[in-house]
Design a protein around this ligand. Structure first.
Ligand code: HEC
Length: 108
């Protein structure tokens, strides 16, 4: 049992390492990038109405890895929200890492 678990962990660790070296997020650098996010995410309880009514989730205080994964999923199309897809496609890996660092360190 232990061996199987070890193998699973090894595979998981391996696939994480196999991805390109992740850029280190810099919350300071994100400050010039958040202007395109605060219009929606800066307003508690805000809803966007295109193309349906969406509740805009709170992203402040989330784990950086969660935020990064979400942004990458919008960029790749695994997550399909149209506005977030458009926004994520304009972000580089460094931008996403910076934004994840910024929002995870903000506790509002
Ligand atoms: C037009 C309004 C709007 C803008 C601008 C916007 N977002 Fe979003 N964001 C949303 C909505 C709506 C969702 C939820 C979409 C869904 O259901 O997948 C979302 C989801 C997210 C999520 C996933 C949150 C979760 O809990 O799963 C992250 C992370 C995120 N946005 C980050 C950003 C960042 C970073 C920016 C700026 C670069 C940004 N957003 C700009 C509306 C917006």
């Amino acid at each position: 049992m232990k061996t199987i678990l070890g193998c699973i962990l090894f595979v998981l660790a391996g696939s994480a390492l196999a991805q390109a070296p992740a850029p280190v997020g810099n919350a300071e650098a994100a400050k010039s990038k958040i202007s395109m996010c605060t219009g929606c995410h800066g307003i508690p309880g805000y809803k966007t109405v295109f193309p349906h009514v969406y509740h805009v989730p709170m992203i402040t205080g989330q784990q950086p890895v969660y935020l990064l994964n979400a942004l990458q999923a919008y960029k790749s199309g695994a997550r399909t929200h149209p506005s977030m897809r458009g926004i994520a496609q304009s972000l580089s890996d460094q931008d996403m890492a910076d934004l994840a660092a910024y929002y995870s360190s903000e506790h509002q």
